[in-house]
Design a protein. Structure first.
Length: 229
């Protein structure tokens, strides 16, 4: 395998366990509004939130629409009238404080940082992502951190990657590798930008038509071995 110089990491469910952070945040919101945080309600929120983020990735809505509507939509489905913005603020406070690392992430970054230029490429709210990266200590490994809110474009848009390239030294896509868990965001984005991709398929999901995966791993430790081949 050719030697990559720059490794571009997604954050949520690649380096940080967003699923667990989300579940904890939704539990707090449900409890605050007198609802039992059972699995059905957690799954309902996750479905609504995921559909909004997919629409954002497709360019159908702006990011603020997600923050302004997801809890209103969620509690409407539960048959309860609430102030969606207040619920969002409560959830955001919980999420900002969450920085649970994926198994093997710390060890992987320790090994890779001396040998490669590491970057973060993430969709999300800048203040939240920077805070979580700092709390977890991930920020100290990174040569650059690129968040969609700052870029004005989101993965998988080519413009997001052009924003990243404009802030890198020697931004040669042939020497880069995108690592992420999302086919529709990370891997499709790498395809659009002409960058090789590594799909972190932690959940054993199936591929998607029209998306090219250069490499596939199921545990982060596999990336270290892959890069040494």
């Amino acid at each position: 395998m050719k030697k990559y110089r720059k490794l571009l990491f997604d954050v949520d469910n690649t380096l940080l366990d967003f699923d667990e952070a989300e579940r904890n945040g939704i539990r707090k919101v449900l409890e605050a509004y007198g609802e039992i945080p059972d699995e059905g309600k957690l799954a309902l929120y996750s479905s609504i939130n995921a559909s909004l983020w997919k629409a954002y990735e497709r360019g159908e809505i702006v990011r603020d629409t997600i923050m302004e509507t997801r809890f209103q939509l969620f509690f409407d489905r539960l048959g309860k009238q609430i102030n969606g913005q207040k619920a969002e603020e409560l959830y955001r406070a919980q999420l900002d404080a969450s920085a649970v690392m994926i198994e093997g992430a710390q060890e992987l970054l320790d090994v890779l940082a001396p040998e490669y230029e590491l970057y973060v490429i993430t969709n999300g709210v800048s203040e939240t992502q920077y805070r979580r990266l700092k709390t977890s200590g991930i920020d100290r490994y990174m040569k650059g951190i690129f968040v969609s809110e700052d870029a004005g474009f989101q993965k998988p848009r080519k413009e997001f990657f052009e924003y990243c390239f404009s802030r890198m030294e020697d931004p040669d896509p042939s020497g880069m590798l995108v690592i992420g868990d999302s086919l529709s965001s990370d891997i499709r984005g790498g395809n659009a930008a002409g960058i090789d991709t590594c799909w972190f398929n932690r959940k054993g999901e199936s591929g998607m038509e029209g998306i090219t995966v250069t490499y596939e791993i199921h545990r982060l430790e596999e990336l270290e071995r892959l890069l040494k081949v």
